[in-house]
Design a protein around this ligand. Structure first.
Ligand SMILES: [Zn+2]
Length: 313
């Protein structure tokens, strides 16, 4: 059977990585170091035509593996020392195996491709993975197909179960088996009508976006701050409330006290602006406070003391 609608000779590569958290002296911080790469190559009819598997010898953190990594993967330090190859060598083999241009790489969630990018950058200095041409997040496609909200991320095994796939022949949390399981999910999910909508070209901005770390905006004069978000309307009366003190940045956002001129209700507004790669996400909340709570908070604000920590709602 020939699947219609998508480029005829497209080759699909489903990849999975295992990694270990280790201290990277070059970046002076912890990073996820790849210890195993597994991938399967599928033809345009999603039939498996080749597999790739490599153990990667850890070069960071003295080769120690975190205990949860050992438990999860059953990979041992000895195995990596005996059979592992350095990352640059494994990546060169992967590059050769992936080959020509009409290939789309798929991973379950974008964690693996982020880690591939960070390891490529750490060990080769490149800010791109030069042998990738196009990419698709299989998890995102699954979420779309099941109409699930982005926040409710489903793991590979749970998704496979939902797709009616028998997981018993797969050794979960080993790279090659997880990529085979991912390939099985792809076979169940693939729909020519919308598959290509989820394929992204691996260009400069694709990698820049993957590397981008969202951060909170801490200065209200930042031009990215939408000033309209700082107006608080009374939920009861529908009128703009009066701000009683200056906005102060408190970690999750800016906070100020407000009072409704009509009903007299008082409370604390929190507005957080998070800078994403090419947009700003805004989170707002409002908590009604009794007059005595207001007085305490206002006094603390005047003293320049931070208000008492509150648990996240
Ligand atoms: Zn009111």
């Amino acid at each position: 059977m020939k699947r219609q609608g998508f480029e005829g000779n497209m080759i699909y590569i489903v990849m999975d990585l295992e990694w270990n958290s280790a201290y990277g002296w070059k970046i002076k911080g912890f990073m996820n170091e790849i210890i195993e790469i597994g991938a399967v190559m599928l033809d345009e009819n999603l039939r498996q035509i080749s597999t790739f598997s490599a153990l990667v010898r850890s070069q960071l953190g003295g080769g120690r593996l975190r205990s949860f990594v050992k438990e999860l993967t059953n990979i041992t330090r000895e195995e990596l020392e005996d059979y592992g190859i350095p990352f640059t060598q494994a990546a060169a083999r992967l590059r050769q195996w992936i080959g020509g241009l009409d290939r789309v790489l798929l991973t379950w969630g974008d964690g693996d491709i982020r880690v591939l990018l960070s390891n490529t950058r750490y060990f080769t200095g490149s800010r791109q993975v030069p042998y990738l041409r196009s990419y698709m997040d299989l998890q995102q496609y699954f979420m779309h197909r099941f109409q699930l909200p982005a926040a409710q991320q489903v793991g590979l095994a749970a998704a496979a179960e939902r797709l009616g796939i028998d997981c018993t022949p797969f050794d979960h949390h080993r790279a090659l088996d997880d990529s085979r399981l991912g390939a099985e999910c792809l076979r169940q999910l693939f729909r020519a009508a919308d598959f290509s909508d989820f394929v992204r070209p691996c260009n400069v901005s694709f990698f820049a976006r993957l590397e981008y770390k969202p951060r909170m905006i801490t200065d209200l004069r930042n031009p990215l701050v939408d000033q309209a978000q700082l107006i608080h309307t009374c939920q009861t009366c529908g009128v703009p409330t009066e701000r009683l003190n200056d906005w102060r940045y408190m970690g999750r956002g800016f906070q100020a006290l407000f009072r409704c001129p009509v009903c007299g209700a008082t409370g604390k507004a929190t507005v957080g602006f998070k800078k994403l790669y090419d947009s700003v996400s805004v989170k707002r909340s409002f908590r009604l406070l009794r007059p005595e709570e207001m007085e305490t908070l206002a006094a603390r604000a005047e003293d320049g003391k931070p208000p008492a920590e509150e648990p996240e709602a």
